[in-house]
Design a protein around this ligand. Structure first.
Ligand code: ATP
Ligand code: MG
Length: 449
């Protein structure tokens, strides 16, 4: 039995009152059985899309995927996706089905679904219909294909990545035969569009078991991101590291906040290392790996067609992950000015994740990172000036006292900001214009100056 919200019950009862079968199915049933709050409720029904539309006459109905039999109905503000029972057939190139056939059989609809845990249906009163042993697999925390795994992965290779993603997000193991097929069929993933793979990958790295899954399934992930492959088993020959590059990376991912951009930055922070490795006196070095890694991250995320904002932030974090920031107010202000406070704090979180994944003697760095954070918070709380737009004078003010538009004006503003940031000048209009005027007089009085 699962508990349904009123909106989902309404959707099911309205369809049933009109003589159709209707169940909730998929992630919402699985998550309910796991005691988790489902994100959304999907309904599967014997009604054809036009019939569904008629049943919900008077409601707001959006034709989300009418060709695949899906309409979305807004019930009391909650969007509910309602899809007609269907059989998918004729998969070409291991991707989307060529043909969608509607059916009157719930059993046939469940048989087209990817995993047993995603093929359990629940009726209006929460009663379960389970044709494929999904409840038992959920109980055992196992991901198992509905039907023959090789066939199912051959129909739609994205399912390979979905299996691995669910393993990370739910903390489930992949059942043995399904797992063998995941590895056997991994090369099929190259037929899948970047948009579909990227969305699964991001969920995967944000999952609670990302660390285990990244190390266990790197060969599968390398079918999507070949750059990951050289990290596996790469000995760093360096006392700061107790892990190979892949193990270190996986641990850093786990220690980074579970947000896409932070986890992406952690995943790629050392991706440049294998290309930069060299040995001197028995010790491994990786000079330049941060900028090489940033370039690689940019190439990978462009290939995955990630949005520019996420890509640029991740690339920036990879590029900066190894910079040393001095423990002084001025250094912290300079860094926040250059990269924004937002990036500065993200960088501290990435450095923390990186440090936590290193040898125990490196953990002293955590205190240093905390001190940097305290300095930054203090600067923000005191509303200290660290950027041009906070400076008490602007270009217009300097022009009013005799500066001409151009290079000197820009240089003077930068100088003022620098002097304010390191505490030599107060961020007050009077003090700043006075100083700027004195510099101007000196320049006028001394042609060489
Ligand atoms: P999530 O919590 O990530 O939304 P979900 O199980 O709801 O998980 P969706 O991608 O929303 O996943 O898909 C809804 C349902 O549709 C799945 O539970 C599954 O039954 C079916 N499904 C989705 N994608 C596939 C696929 N590629 N092949 C077969 N069935 C699929
Ligand atoms: Mg879903």
């Amino acid at each position: 039995m699962v508990k349904l919200p009123e909106e989902a019950k309404t959707a099911l009862s309205k369809l049933r009152e009109s003589g159709f079968e209707a169940y909730i199915i998929g992630g919402c049933v699985r998550d309910s059985l796991l005691g988790k709050e489902p994100k959304d409720f999907d309904v599967t029904t014997s009604a054809l899309p036009d019939q569904t539309k008629r049943v919900f006459d008077g409601f707001r109905v959006i034709e989300t995927g009418i060709r695949h039999g899906t309409v979305t109905v807004l019930i009391n503000g909650m969007p509910i996706e309602i899809t007609t029972y269907r059989i998918d057939s004729d998969y070409a190139d291991n991707r989307h089905p060529e043909k969608v056939t509607f059916t009157k059989s719930l059993r046939e609809d469940t048989a087209r679904r990817d995993f047993t845990m995603n093929a359990v249906a629940a009726g209006e009163n929460g009663e379960l219909v389970d044709f494929h042993g999904g409840c038992e697999d959920i109980e055992k925390r196992l991901i198992r294909c509905v039907g023959d795994p090789d066939e199912r992965f051959g129909e739609d290779a994205l399912r390979i990545l979905r299996a691995v993603r669910f393993s990370s997000v739910l903390g489930f193991e992949i059942e043995e035969e399904t797992k063998a097929a995941v590895f056997r069929n991994r090369e099929l993933l190259s037929n899948i569009s970047s948009e579909r793979t990227a969305s699964e990958l991001i969920k995967l790295i944000c999952g609670r078991d990302a660390r285990r899954v990244l190390t266990e399934y790197v060969d599968v992930l390398a079918a999507v991101i070949p750059e990951l492959a050289p990290m596996k088993g790469f000995d760093q020959h360096n006392e700061h590291h107790i892990y190979d590059i892949l193990e270190h990376t996986a641990a850093a991912v786990e220690n980074a906040p579970a947000e896409p951009v932070m986890r992406l930055a952690a995943l790629f922070h050392d991706i440049g290392k294998p290309r930069c490795f060299f040995m001197r006196d028995g010790v491994g070095h990786f000079y330049g790996h941060a900028s090489v890694g940033a370039e690689m991250t940019s190439v990978i995320l462009s290939r995955l067609k990630l949005d520019n904002a996420t890509k640029e932030t991740a690339v920036k974090l990879v590029r900066l992950h190894d910079v040393q920031i001095e423990e002084t107010e001025t250094a912290v202000k300079r860094c926040m000015n250059r990269h924004t406070p937002e990036i500065f704090f993200m960088l501290l979180r990435l450095k923390r994740a990186d440090t936590l994944a290193q040898a125990p003697q490196c953990l002293v760095r955590l205190a240093y990172l905390q001190r940097l954070e305290a300095i930054a918070n203090d600067i923000l709380n005191r509303k200290e000036c660290f950027s041009m737009k906070q400076l008490a004078v602007n270009g217009r003010d300097l022009m009013d006292i005799g500066y001409a538009q151009g290079r000197e004006l820009g240089e003077r503003l930068n100088e003022l900001l620098e002097l304010v940031m390191n505490g030599q000048l107060k961020n007050e209009r009077g003090a700043l214009t006075e100083y700027a005027r004195s510099r101007l007089c000196r320049a006028e009085g001394d042609p060489q100056g």
